[in-house]
Design a protein around this ligand. Structure first.
Ligand code: SAM
Length: 290
């Protein structure tokens, strides 16, 4: 069945109220998106922050009287917000999503390969992954920056910590690239479930120690990666400093390029921090424990 898609610019309106109103008019699906280019990154579990400039997309069945809905909306708001109507042909949407998720290469030797694809380089290190609820498929620049670092590192026999593991992508990559032991932790229990499943699928679960922060020991570690947010990265500097052995490596991501100096400053008393590596407005900081 085809669908009618109404895309509304919610500037000056409460996007939640607008979405509720459209639902009352018979919208079968609603989504709120960033109408500008404002990064909203990793909200805490349960929080649903919105962008300051939000676009509301509503899907209606093809026989819905959209002109009547638009007229009612104009009466409700006093004027119609900028909008667009599209007719969508029916598709198997899960397949459309999967079709966009293609094998990705990081550095010289690491591939992240979705389960529905054959590995482009069967002899490379191939991490098999399906998009799930937890963050981390390799498509986000912060994850990509960490995977590239891992692909270029000597991990043989090392103990690696993945702090804020999400899907477990960094922990599993570290194990596949030679780490002897990997500790993965996340404050979201769903992430721990995803990490366990993904590690089992990649045959590295026996080298993985998994648990909520504070429930697993992260020390002593040779390498610690944390792709979380600037605020928690700054707060966790003393914890990470204690966890790493002298000469150990730290990799921090999840910060915006303009937050790099503030985060680096929090680490300089215990680490030599290199210049940030930036991509699409995001930064990665690498350091060596003094
Ligand atoms: C941006 S995702 C990164 C996931 C994966 N490591 C990657 O690189 O794609 C951040 C993850 O860190 C978790 N997280 C955020 N703050 C945390 C904290 N203070 N302690 C532990 N986990 C945290 C979130 O629940 C989320 O799963």
């Amino acid at each position: 069945m085809p669908w009618l898609q109404l895309v509304l610019d919610a500037e000056g309106q409460d996007p939640d109220r607008l979405a509720q109103w459209l639902e009352g008019q018979g919208a079968v699906s609603l989504s709120l998106q960033d109408a500008a280019d404002e990064p909203l990154y990793e909200p805490p579990p349960g929080a649903t922050p919105l962008w300051s400039h939000t676009r509301v997309t509503a899907l209606f069945e093809s026989d819905h009287d959209l002109p009547a809905t638009l007229a009612a909306l104009a009466a409700e708001l006093g004027a119609l917000p900028p909008h667009q109507v599209l007719r969508l042909e029916d598709q198997v949407w899960e397949r459309v999503w999967l079709a966009d998720f293609k094998p990705l290469r990081f550095g010289e030797r690491l591939w992240v390969v979705p389960n529905h694809c054959a590995p482009p380089e069967p002899t490379a290190v191939n991490l098999r992954l399906d998009p799930g609820l937890a963050f981390g498929t390799g498509t986000h620049p912060t994850t990509a920056l960490c995977l590239e670092w891992l692909a270029g590192a000597d991990l043989d026999g090392r103990t690696v910590v993945d702090y804020g593991c999400g899907s477990g992508i960094l922990a599993i990559a570290a194990a596949l690239l030679g780490a002897r032991r990997v500790v993965a932790t996340d404050l979201d229990p769903q992430a721990l479930i995803a990490t366990r499943e993904n590690a089992e699928q990649n045959g590295v679960a026996d080298r993985l120690v998994l648990g909520l922060p504070g429930h697993v020991s992260i020390k002593p570690a040779d390498i610690l990666l944390a792709n979380i947010l600037a605020g928690p990265l700054i707060a966790l500097a003393p914890t990470f400093s204690t966890a790493l052995t002298p000469g150990g490596r730290i990799v921090l991501a999840g910060l915006l390029a303009d937050q790099a100096e503030e985060v680096a400053h929090a680490y300089r008393s215990g680490f030599t921090i290199a210049a940030p590596c930036c991509r699409e407005g995001w930064a990665r900081l690498d350091g060596i424990r003094l």
